[in-house]
Structures are given as C-alpha cells and as structure tokens.
Design a binder for this molecule. Structure first.
Ligand SMILES: C[S@@+](CC[C@H](N)C(=O)[O-])C[C@H]1O[C@@H](n2cnc3c(N)ncnc32)[C@H](O)[C@@H]1O
Length: 255
C-alpha cells in the first residue's frame, strides 16, 4: 500500500526541521510541493530551501503542483472552503496515484500539521475518494506558537491557567476570555478592537526568518506601534504572517 507522510517543517527557519522530518523526506519517493495559489513567495522560498538543504536521497523527487483556486462568489465561507477542500482532495488523489505501488509520498506543512492547517483533513478526504488505497502518518513540527514564545522568552500559560487559541475574527466576537489568548490568522489587527488596555501583548511577525520582528508591552501603550510596524513591514514584503499572545493577570495573583 502507498503511504503518505504529512510533515511539519516549522515556521520559517530551516533549522526548525526535525531529524525525524529529514528522515521521512529522504524516505519519500515524491515530495509534493504547492507552487502557486495560496502560497506567498517568501514561504515557497523557505520550502525550496528546506528541500535543497535536506534531501540527500537520490530517489526522492520533488513534484510541484498547482493549488486549485478557491471560489468565493455566491456561497458562504463554509461552503467555499468545503468545495475547495473537495477539489484539493481530487488533486491529491491524482498526485498519490502517480506514486509507484507501495511508494511513499510526502506533503510539507508549515509549522505543525495539527494547528490551523487542513492537509490532514484533505488527505482523509482523498482517502475516502480513493477507497483508502493509501495510508498516512504525521510528523510533528515546530508551531508559530512555539516560535513566538521562544522569541519573547516566555511561557505561554500562567501557572495552572488555561490558554485559548483563536483567530482575529473570533477575538473581535468573544474578546480575550482566558488569562492567555493566542491569536492567529488576524488580518484585521483584532487586538486594537477589544477593550482591554491593561492586557499585555507579545507580538511577532515572520518568526524564525531573517525578517523576524517582535514587540511586547501593555496593549494600551504599544497597539499603535504594532499597527504601524505591521503596515510598514507588510508594504515592504508584500505579505505578512503574524501571531500574538494576549495575557492578563500575573502568576500566583489568585493565591
Ligand atoms: C494557516 S496558519 C498555519 C499555522 C501553522 N500550522 C503553525 O503550526 O504555526 C497561518 C498562521 O500562523 C501564524 N504563523 C505561521 N508562521 C508564522 C511566522 N513565521 N510568524 C508569525 N506568525 C506565523 C500566523 O498567525 C498565520 O496567520
């Protein structure tokens, strides 16, 4: 039976790639690499660098494929994503069927495949379409949450307290409910739209890359600087990926 590895590659620094990931990349007959569609050029360059640097096996072929375009008109967001995943699952079946019988394929996933990423979901869908003629396993990677915590030299949780991981849109809807709230996928600077000036924010963009920027402080004091810094960086690079932790309270303040 064919086998697919879904491999987490970390968030921008090729040194995030684990020894396990390198082993699986070199065990693969084909590594499937998205070329266009949702990929920003900076991210595609990191993936290419990882392949150039770590693939040493002569049998491993890099196979580039185009991501189908997501249709958004005349449908809800959920319908649009569902249909897009269905199209991607078809694409995956085509790629996987090009593997030799008992061959091994691999998808390289930004960060870790379990966190705000759909490759696992789409591979499951491809298995249903293909009557499960292949199996798969997952290789964990360093997430943007870990990269953020490391760059700020902080733990993510307060002692014995929960952490909420959410999106910019949900932060605006629900506010920062937990003592520690991680916000990802925020194109609208949701931190500037909540009423909590005394919360601390730990923000990072392009984490792990040479362009990394970090800022931290009381939200009421640093929000404007982050908005300005983010806009300048986004204009300079043409894209941005950023993440932040909002924290309220202090360790042991409920003793
Ligand atoms: C589609 S999610 C993928 C998350 C990824 N699977 C992970 O483990 O981090 C993309 C979001 O992750 C965050 N992100 C990923 N890489 C980042 C980086 N290098 N610097 C800052 N944020 C990053 C941003 O919030 C971005 O909007």
């Amino acid at each position: 039976m064919r086998h697919i590895y879904i491999i987490g590659i970390g968030t921008g620094n090729p040194e995030h790639v684990t020894i396990q990931a390198i082993g699986k990349m070199n065990a693969a007959d084909m590594i499937f690499l998205p070329t266009k569609g949702t990929e920003k050029e900076g991210l595609a360059a990191v993936r290419r660098e990882i392949c150039d640097r770590f693939i040493t096996s002569a049998k491993t072929q890099v196979v580039e494929f185009a991501i189908p375009v997501r249709q958004t008109s005349d449908r809800s967001y959920i319908e649009s994503v569902d249909q897009w995943h269905a199209a991607l699952a078809q694409t995956y079946v085509g790629l996987i069927n090009d593997l030799p019988e008992d061959g091994i394929g691999a998808f390289l996933v930004w960060g870790d495949p379990s966190l705000y990423d759909s490759v696992i979901r789409i591979v499951e869908r491809a298995r249903q379409l293909d009557a499960a003629s292949f199996d798969f396993s997952v290789v964990p990677g360093i997430t943007s949450i870990q990269a953020l915590a490391a760059s700020h030299r902080i733990p993510i949780n307060m002692v014995g307290k929960p952490v909420e991981i959410t999106t910019g849109r949900r932060l605006v809807e629900h506010g920062n409910r937990a003592e520690s709230t991680i916000v990802m996928l925020d194109g609208e600077q949701a931190f500037s739209r909540i009423e909590d000036p005394d919360a601390e924010i730990f923000w990072g963009a392009y984490l792990g890359t040479d362009d990394e920027i970090v800022r931290a402080g009381r939200l009421g004091d640093v929000a404007d600087d982050i908005i300005r810094t983010r806009a300048e960086a986004r204009a300079r690079h043409g894209w941005i990926m950023d993440i932040y932790l909002l924290r309220k309270g202090r360790d042991f303040d409920d003793l």
